[in-house]
Design a protein around this ligand. Structure first.
Ligand code: URA
Length: 429
């Protein structure tokens, strides 16, 4: 088959800062999936996009071409409105786990296709896989069935969903082209739009533990994604939220499941409850459900009921004890005073080094590894009390984790004022 473009011309155009045409974009994505555009050619194009950017029309078309590279799910036969959320990822960010049952308990259907973690932020599927028996892989038919009967489902995206993004994301990972707003926005939104929910709430993190530590960049990413979603007919909103400090008090797979279950049982840390309920309200508003307070579902047991049914539907035993790591080590406060710092990135890297995360996508993760946090910034602490407990299955990992934590905490004199980002910084409609 003769090709309508020469890839070298497309690369040269973006290298020289020209705007790519719709036809060039459609062709280059399709030809990449077909193997006509080679990996080294797509690497050069990704780097040209990284350096020169894309305008709004190019980003929307690039996203659309990636959606069209695969299947688009259709939940229009369901008897409830569908709505989903996506987080750009952070340390201790287990919000999806309580959020899906809360929103489902209020009457919306939540089809959540999640990923595994890479680097210092954990993946939702890794967390759920610490529940004995639970499986992430469902066929489309199974997914629809769980969604219809339970109201919420969290599972792995199949190979047919935005295959162009799967290929391109793996390439960006090894060519230093991940941190580009057009490429991140199109990557996330191609998967979320192909997933087929009618509404989407984006939780865009900012702060040291986030993909986009700079708040201005986080806002630009959020605005770009909201524009792409809206242009594609998905009601989309974004919240920019804090990731300067880990969310909650647990970081690690089974530890985060335990904390989520605590929240569903009506307890748990205040920041997890607040963010879950804030996101739930936005999702329910997009789904047109405004007569029910999602906070009630945590007190009356209805969200926990959805959780139990959702876990059981995927082979998990919600009552089974969660795995516990073999070894633990405590980090103690060196002085009395106020905890003024607990750096999200450093805690995330330490948890990763303890075995909670993976360096390459084929690596296994440890279910029990991670970090329990005993004090958050602003808390008064006595000298010698526990600040953190580290958990691992491999004692030799403590050294690397402790090195990652050097300077992660600081104690100021009693009365020290601590400035932290507000949990919800901004809303983008
Ligand atoms: N998550 C994605 O799915 N894609 C990106 O490019 C970055 C984060």
């Amino acid at each position: 088959m003769s090709e309508p473009f020469a890839v070298v011309e497309v690369i040269r155009a973006k290298r020289d800062n020209y705007v790519l045409s719709n036809e060039q974009i459609d062709w280059v994505i399709d030809a990449y999936v077909r193997g006509v555009v080679a990996e080294e050619q797509m690497s050069a194009l990704a780097m040209a996009i990284f350096l020169n950017g894309m305008n709004d029309a190019e980003i929307v078309r690039w996203t659309d071409a990636m959606i069209r590279s695969g299947e688009r799910m259709d939940f229009s036969a369901l008897d409830r409105p569908t709505v989903d959320k996506h987080s750009t990822g952070g340390v201790g960010d287990k919000i999806t786990l309580p959020l899906v049952p809360v929103v489902a308990a209020c009457g919306a259907a939540v089809p959540q296709l999640s990923g595994r973690g890479l680097g210092h932020t954990g993946g939702t599927l890794d967390k759920l896989e610490s529940i004995p028996g639970w499986r992430a892989g469902l066929t489309t038919q199974e997914m629809c069935q769980v969604l219809q009967t339970v109201g919420g489902v969290i599972c792995a995206a199949g190979p047919g969903l935005a295959p162009a993004d799967k290929k391109l994301y793996a390439l960006r990972d090894v060519t230093a082209t991940v941190e580009s707003i057009p490429l991140i926005a199109s990557s996330i939104m191609s998967k979320k739009i192909a997933e087929g929910a009618g509404g989407l709430v984006l939780d865009v993190k900012t702060g040291s533990g986030a993909f986009m530590p700079d708040p201005l960049q986080a806002r630009k990413l959020a605005e770009t994604m909201v524009r792409i979603g809206t242009d594609s007919g998905v009601r989309t909103r974004a919240l920019i939220t804090a990731m300067d400090v880990p969310l909650g008090l647990m970081v690690g797979n089974a530890l985060e499941v335990q904390e989520s279950v605590d929240v569903l049982a009506g307890g748990g840390p205040v920041d997890i409850i607040e963010l879950t309920i804030t996101l739930a309200r936005e999702m329910l508003d997009l789904a047109g459900i405004t007569d029910i307070d999602p906070a009630d579902t945590l007190c009356d047991g209805t969200a926990m009921d959805v959780w139990n049914r959702m876990i059981s539907a995927q082979g998990g035993d919600p009552k089974a004890p969660l795995p516990v790591a073999k070894y633990s080590h405590q980090v103690l406060s060196s002085a009395a005073g106020v905890l003024t710092r607990l750096d999200a990135l450093q805690v995330g890297v330490a948890a990763w080094r303890l075995g909670a995360g993976r360096a390459r996508k084929e690596d296994p993760v440890s279910a029990g590894a991670g970090i329990q946090i005993h004090a958050k910034p602003g808390d008064e602490v006595a000298a010698g009390v526990r600040l953190l407990t580290l958990h691992t299955d491999d004692e030799s990992r403590f050294e690397g984790a402790l090195a990652a934590l050097a300077g992660a905490t600081a104690i100021g004199p009693v009365g020290s004022r601590v400035t932290r980002l507000p949990l919800v910084i901004e809303k983008i409609n």
